[in-house]
Design a protein around this ligand. Structure first.
Ligand code: OGA
Ligand code: NI
Length: 356
């Protein structure tokens, strides 16, 4: 059995190409994608309206206090919310959506120019595959380091969609602003100095995972993205083509998320759970695919800077009678743990952090 280098994934078939030839074939879906048992386990609740947080109300002194309570409760009890009136210009969003859609329309050979290289995480391909027998997700993705600019490896950046780099630049700057603003309000809700929370994200590093989920006529038997929590501070998810598929786990059930038009779906990541000493929750989620529509989404991850130690904020630990509920760890070690095992829901890399 082949083994990948720590963190890097084994190469897997291209699912977009596979789906195209398989769809008309009359054959059952290849065995490595069959997840019928997993899909059948646990009830799915349709039409879940996750909490709505309104950034313009947070910024308006007349409504700020009320909206802050709403934000805090969404972070504590849901770990997910949708953000409206976030102030990102529609033009910026439309441009980045267009370029992502165009990228996945390119012929396979043109996309493969940006394929992952052995041992690496970035580029076009898949993550979290470590054995030849592991079940596979019904999706392809392109993962890029976005910010700071020195962290970019332009080999992996699409070039056949010439405006991609510019669109992503503007989108990255806007999402970073929104995130900084959210972190300030979260600090207010947690009762810590905003600078202490922002300091954990100094320089605002970002990476982005854009995922293409092909349609699947056996949609009930496959998973687009295995259950996981986000090993990051905060993720802003953009529905690139308005097809739903995200589900979050709450009280043992899967809830299908139907965000409002134009909203970002915000996910509290593991790092915020740790920084907040467990007040905020990073929640398990997964993606199911559509029987006849492709789905494209883009998650912008906001993470601590490399080479910083991440642990519960001292202000909160001092206030909590039980002390620190999580260990402190070098962020790069934490990420290496995360990328070194398959996605298994709740979640071996966090168990290493928890103090019982
Ligand atoms: C992710 C993720 C959800 C989606 O990339 O971590 O959860 O809807 N994506 O694609
Ligand atoms: Ni996720």
């Amino acid at each position: 059995m082949a083994h990948a280098k720590a963190g890097a994934s084994l190469p897997v078939p291209n699912v977009q190409a596979l789906a195209q030839t398989w769809h008309g074939s009359g054959e059952p879906v290849p065995g490595r994608y069959v997840r019928t048992e997993e899909m059948g386990a646990g009830e799915v609740v349709a039409g879940c309206a996750i909490r709505v947080v309104d950034l313009s109300r947070l910024l308006d002194p007349r409504s700020s206090e009320e909206e802050l309570a709403n934000l805090g409760s969404a972070c504590q009890h849901w770990g997910f919310f949708q953000l409206i009136n976030h102030g990102v210009l529609d033009e910026v969003i439309q441009d980045v959506k267009r370029d992502m859609i165009e990228f996945f329309k390119l012929p396979l050979e043109a996309k493969k120019v940006h394929a992952q290289v052995p041992g690496g995480l970035e580029g076009y391909g898949q993550s979290f595959v470590f054995s030849e027998t592991q079940k596979l997700d019904w999706a392809d993705m392109i993962y890029l380091m976005i910010s700071p600019k020195e962290s970019r490896d332009l080999r992996f950046w699409p070039t056949r969609t010439p405006s991609f780099r510019d669109s992503v630049d503007r989108y990255s700057a806007e999402t970073a602003k929104v995130t900084a603003s959210l972190l300030r309000f979260m600090a207010a809700d947690l009762g810590v100095e905003p600078e202490h929370l922002l300091e954990a994200f100094r320089g605002q590093p970002q990476s982005m995972r854009t995922t293409y989920y092909p349609p699947c006529r056996q949609a009930a038997d496959v998973l687009g993205l295995s259950p996981h929590t986000d090993a990051t501070g905060l993720a802003l998810l953009l529905h690139v083509n308005d097809v739903q598929g995200l589900q979050i786990r709450r009280d043992g059930k899967w809830h299908a998320v139907n965000p409002l038009d134009g909203a970002f779906v915000v996910s509290i990541g593991d790092i915020l759970e740790i920084l907040s000493n467990g007040r905020y929750r990073s929640i398990e989620h997964r993606v199911v695919v559509h029987p006849d529509k492709e789905r494209i989404s883009a998650a912008m991850f906001h993470q601590p800077c490399p080479n910083t130690t991440t642990g519960p904020l001292p202000e909160l630990v001092n206030r909590d009678s039980g002390g620190a509920r999580y260990r402190s760890m070098d962020y790069m070690d934490f990420m290496n743990n995360f990328f070194a095992s398959k996605l298994d829901g709740r979640r071996s890399h966090m168990d290493a952090m928890r103090i019982y």
